[in-house]
Design a protein around this ligand. Sequence first.
Ligand SMILES: [Zn+2]
Length: 130
Amino acid sequence: MELVPTQKEIYKPTFDETLDVFIDLCPFKPRQRNIINYECRCKYGSGFRTYSEFKKHIETKSHKNFLINYSRYDEELDKLKQEYKKMTIENEFLKRKNKRLSRENELLNEKLDEYENVEYHDCQSHEDKK
Ligand SMILES: [Zn+2]
């Protein structure tokens, strides 16, 4: 028997441009061997793994309410998540840049210290001669 790891995904309703609303489209292809567990945000812990479970799920009251409110809440949430992802990437980039600049600064400070030490020793040796 072939062992296929189970994937987990968040189910998202599809936007119907003709009707201008979100609708439920079954994410499974006919006769597909299901390796994806869909989680639905309509209710904590709810989801489906098969076409029949999907059909049953979209008829529940919590899912119907979820679909009506989807454009108002979840679309906003998805946008924020996208924004968050973008900013996380940007932040990572800036962290690396900051690290690189700190290192450069450290090296320059070390050079400056060396330079100042040389001058200081020179001065000391001059004073010793007096
Ligand atoms: Zn649902």
